[in-house]
Design a protein. Structure first.
Lengths: 77, 414
């Protein structure tokens, strides 16, 4: 897999309302905190989990979950 | 440094009690605003090592360069004087006494990044600061005043966060927005926006006149220059001082006299900062890198001294209650996480801990960090983590409901 093809999960924290479907569909990379909000694995999504990751993105009722190219955006302040 | 009078740069000039220095007096003392090419000034700022003083400490020159080169519309300069941090008073002290230093810096920033408009964003609770800087704008005449807008920042902790500031100026809603895009990419009205704290701009006003070498002539090699700090202690009074980076906490405490003895711990960096044990605080230099290593941060320059008679768990509980209440109530981990943290800390402080409160705090600190749109939840749990480290024995006693050992007294839960 070339660097260009690396994809990671990203959640819009403001949109997310903790429905939790993503963690049910992709427990390999998404767990829930004590209040039901997703904790995402920081790694890139491995090839064999891509279809499940796409399903999780599509299943989010508020469209808060995204698959985005890695590496993640540069930190600045 | 000890023994000699502290170095004054931002706070040099007429007595601070005299109030705002007039434009005439400011020009007579420092000369006119230097005509310096924007690209040259950005290079000078980069080599000066000046860092932002709003809390994040990002290098000023690098930020200006990014905005100056941003694609798209004319940029905007947002002068951040919201100062929502409860323990900080230095930004409004600067605006009240040296408003023209701040305006000089803002005008230099506008010139350097190619901005037309300047927005002064000043806390609505800071009436004297808004009045002083508003008068200073009028003193500059119409060529300046017509490019400047004065906006009152809502009296909320997160209102000074840069994306919240941009959001408020555009829509009247002072809640942070999801980033990216960050304000330097897309800010006010969709334009690239330079958000800079008032103190950072005041330093620029002097660096533009005297140069980067002059700026580096104070402070330490790792952290050049001077900084304003807000100190507070048992008497509840907050005072503002100018320090050189590298000056020890003990030296600052010495300036305050009464606070030098009996320090249990020092909160450095404000509610977003961390606690340092009183035994090591005295020799701890005020320098961003060293403070980070010690689990604190220089942040916006807050030093709050906790006496030995006080309880660290209660101090932490007070801050957690505040941080939970000041959540912008947008992101689940911040809304529910900080509420849970505040409740557990309050039970511990009151001597009515539930069985797993302390274990939960350890777990939640890790769970919440990095999971908000802005860094409000991170600031809160970093503060808590430092409190649990510095006041670890006290937290354990409170968890075991064995009372409170502050100052050797047994304080029973009420």
């Amino acid at each position: 897999m070339s660097d260009r093809d690396r994809l990671g999960l990203q959640v819009d924290r403001i949109r997310c309302d903790g429905a939790g479907l993503c963690a049910e569909l992709l427990p390999e990379l998404i767990s829930l905190d004590d209040w039901g909000y997703p904790i995402l694995a920081p790694d890139a999504v491995p090839g064999h989990l891509r279809p499940l990751a796409r399903q999780a993105v599509d299943a989010c009722p508020v469209l808060a979950l995204r698959l985005v190219p890695r590496p993640a955006p540069v930190e600045a302040s | 440094m000890s023994g000699s009078a502290p170095l004054a740069r931002l706070l040099a000039g007429p007595p601070l009690a005299a109030g705002a220095e007039s434009f005439t007096a400011h020009q007579a003392r420092l000369g006119p605003l230097p005509a310096i090419d924007g690209a040259v000034l950005i290079s000078v700022l980069e080599s000066s090592g000046l860092t932002g003083r709003g809390g994040a400490g990002f290098p000023v020159g690098r930020k200006w360069r990014t905005v100056a080169h941003a694609a798209g519309d004319w940029p905007v300069v947002l002068v951040n004087g919201a100062e929502g941090e409860p323990l900080s008073a230095k930004d409004r002290a600067l605006m009240v006494t040296r408003p023209h230093l701040v305006l000089d810096g803002a005008l230099l920033a506008a010139e350097a990044v190619g901005a037309g408009q300047i927005v002064l964003y000043v806390g609505e609770a800071h009436a004297a600061a808004r009045a002083a800087i508003g008068r200073a704008v009028l003193e500059r005449g119409p060529r300046v005043s017509r490019r400047v807008r004065l906006v009152a920042a809502p009296d909320r902790y997160v209102a000074g966060e840069e994306s919240a500031a941009v959001h408020f100026i555009d829509t009247g809603d002072a809640r942070p927005t999801a980033v990216p895009p960050r304000p330097f990419e897309r800010g006010i009205g969709g334009r690239p926006t330079l958000v800079q704290n008032v103190e950072s701009l005041a330093h620029v006003a002097l660096i533009a006149r005297y140069g980067d070498g002059w700026y580096r002539g104070a402070g330490s090699s790792g952290a050049p220059g001077t900084a304003l700090v807000s100190t507070s202690g048992r008497d509840g009074r907050t005072t503002v001082h100018e320090i050189e980076f590298g000056e020890t906490i003990g030296s600052v405490a010495g300036r305050l006299g009464t606070m030098a003895d009996g320090i249990q711990a020092v909160l450095v960096g404000g509610y977003f900062g961390g606690w340092i044990d009183g035994r090591s605080a005295g020799s701890m230099p005020l320098e961003p890198a060293g403070l980070r290593q010690a689990g604190a941060s220089f942040g916006c320059g807050v030093l709050s001294f906790l006496g030995r008679e006080a309880c660290g768990v209660q101090a932490a509980a007070q801050v957690m209650a505040y941080m939970a209440a000041e959540s912008a109530a947008q992101c689940g981990p911040c809304v529910f996480g900080l509420r849970a943290v505040a409740d557990a800390t309050a039970r511990l402080a009151a001597g009515v801990a539930q069985a797993d409160d302390l274990a939960h705090l350890e777990r939640w600190t890790g769970q919440i960090r990095g999971r908000g749109a802005c860094r409000h939840p991170d600031g809160a749990v970093n503060h808590l983590a430092s409190a649990m480290r510095v006041f670890g024995d006290e937290f354990a006693r409170h968890q075991a409901r064995r009372g409170c050992t502050a100052d050797g007294r047994e304080v029973r839960a009420s």
